[in-house]
Design a protein around this ligand. Structure first.
Ligand SMILES: [Zn+2]
Length: 480
């Protein structure tokens, strides 16, 4: 869809993809049964409603939100609709940019099957920056050293590698201990960062043991976790070199790691990331990524493998431009999914297939700025909410972005290495785990409820003239 020059092939592919598991899908499984999910979707919604009633709720959205940071359906709906309003001017500019380029490729009317293809053309001509070009500036040892220096400055902690007396499952694995300012050990973590055959793909943090104390037996257990990645190993005497995306991944997982390690809670179930609301658990991780976008942070984590020079300013500016490329359109798409998910789970009585499609159409009418073909059955393959754990929770992605952007904006105001602000973040968010509601923690840190303004700014929406006006007009209802 991104590179195929044949427009009719793209259309064929698009139609096949967006009609999967619907009444337009002619495929059957090995037993000759239809792959149409229509009835199953209705059944799932009915069963979820039944579960909600058994638990004393009106609908499944209430069940989902009862263990999340957001208070109720109205609050999430207001957040999503408000964000949509503010992203729309930027999205219209994004669309106009695509339409303008489409003309150059002989496309009079931009269709759904053209957008990824044209977006790639715009990217190639407007941003001449590849992740490979960035790689030599981020040797892994430099990035790790810079990352440690950043958290040491922010939180007054020290990180030390520990080689003796620690068993490891592979030579690539290293182990570190974390100390507070008085040299008391706080916990430990393993880095297992390189790809190798047989290893699961992706990157993640997982707890090995939680902070825990059992006073009667005078037993203390310190937190230990794993941070795992799949970076390219060192080769030919050169250190492992990271793309900027991989740098962000490392910062992200380290944010989760600090949440686990800096906890002061000694009840395992609510220590660290345990028991933290689903829509708030990505706050410390996304928050940490901000230092890898900031010029002062970049200066600490980059050093060209041959020249030793930090990443030049123009390359950072280019990275930032690519980051916000088409962010208006992308935001509206995410909101469309999130609002659809919320509304079908908040509806009583449970919707049947026709009701599900009608809801999807009305959400598209409200949110989308580009016409979706009638036959599009996106919902039938929306496995996050029908087969995964995101039911009435898809909004969490944007919600956590709002929290992390707003938390970081306090550092933008007070200095991104301000140790007082760092201590406040550690004390109010990282230390307390799930022992208090995330909303309380956030308000204790920020001194107010979360505001949408920083997210708008970080997404580049505040740069569009209309966007700025809209942002000012709706600051109040953008609060959550
Ligand atoms: Zn994460």
């Amino acid at each position: 869809m991104t590179h195929a020059d044949d427009r009719s092939l793209r259309e064929t592919m698009y139609r096949a993809y967006v009609t999967r598991a619907s009444e337009f899908d002619a495929h059957t499984n090995a037993k000759g049964e239809s792959l149409n999910n229509a009835d199953i979707m209705g059944q799932i919604l009915q069963l979820r409603e039944q579960k909600a009633k058994l638990l004393g709720f009106d609908n499944y959205a209430e069940v989902s939100l009862s263990t999340k940071m957001a208070d109720n359906v109205a609050e999430v709906e207001t957040f999503l609709r408000s964000l949509a309003t503010q992203a729309t001017p930027a999205a219209k500019q994004d669309l106009a940019q695509l339409q303008k380029y489409a003309q150059d490729y002989g496309i009079e009317e931009l269709q759904a099957w053209d957008s990824a293809y044209i977006a790639e053309k715009v990217k190639q001509s407007e941003f001449s920056l590849s992740q490979e070009e960035i790689r030599p500036y981020f040797p892994l040892p430099k990035v790790i050293g810079g990352l440690f220096a950043i958290v040491e400055r922010l939180y007054g902690i020290k990180v030390q590698e520990q080689t003796a007396f620690v068993s490891r499952w592979h030579d690539d694995v290293s182990f570190y201990q974390l100390f507070d300012a008085d040299d008391n050990v706080l916990g430990g973590f393993y880095f297992d960062l390189f790809a190798r055959s047989g290893k699961r793909g992706g990157a993640w943090m997982s707890g090995f043991q939680s902070r825990y104390s059992y006073d009667e037996k005078n037993h203390q257990q310190l937190p230990v976790c794993f941070m795992v990645g799949n970076f390219t190993p060192a080769l030919d005497g050169k250190p492992s070199l990271l793309t900027h995306d991989e740098v962000l991944t490392l910062f992200h997982e380290f944010g989760h790691g600090l949440h686990h390690l800096l906890t002061q809670v000694t009840v395992g179930d609510v220590a660290g990331v345990n028991g933290v609301e689903w829509d708030a658990v990505e706050l410390p991780s996304q928050f940490m990524e901000n230092w890898a976008w900031d010029a002062e942070g970049i200066a600490l984590i980059s050093s060209h493998v041959e020249t030793g020079a930090p990443l030049p300013k123009d390359k950072l500016a280019a990275l930032l431009a690519v980051k916000n490329f088409q962010s208006g359109m992308q935001t509206l798409r995410q909101i469309e999914f999130a609002l659809f998910d919320l509304l079908i789970h908040a509806h009583t009585p449970a919707l049947d297939y026709d009701g599900i499609l009608a809801t999807l159409n009305s959400v598209r009418d409200d949110i989308a700025i580009m016409q979706t073909p009638d036959y599009n059955r996106f919902a039938n393959g929306f496995s996050h909410i029908f087969a995964g754990g995101y039911a009435a929770g898809y909004y969490s992605y944007k919600w956590a972005e709002l929290l992390s952007a707003d938390a970081f904006s306090k550092f933008e105001e007070e200095g991104i290495f301000n140790p007082v602000t760092g201590k406040a973040f550690r004390d109010t968010i990282l230390s307390v785990g799930g022992s208090f509601p995330a909303k309380t923690n956030f308000e204790n840190f920020r001194g107010r409820s979360a505001s949408i303004d920083a997210l708008l700014r970080h997404s580049g929406f505040a740069d569009t003239k209309k966007g700025r006006a809209a942002a000012n007009a709706s600051t109040t209802h953008g609060m959550i």
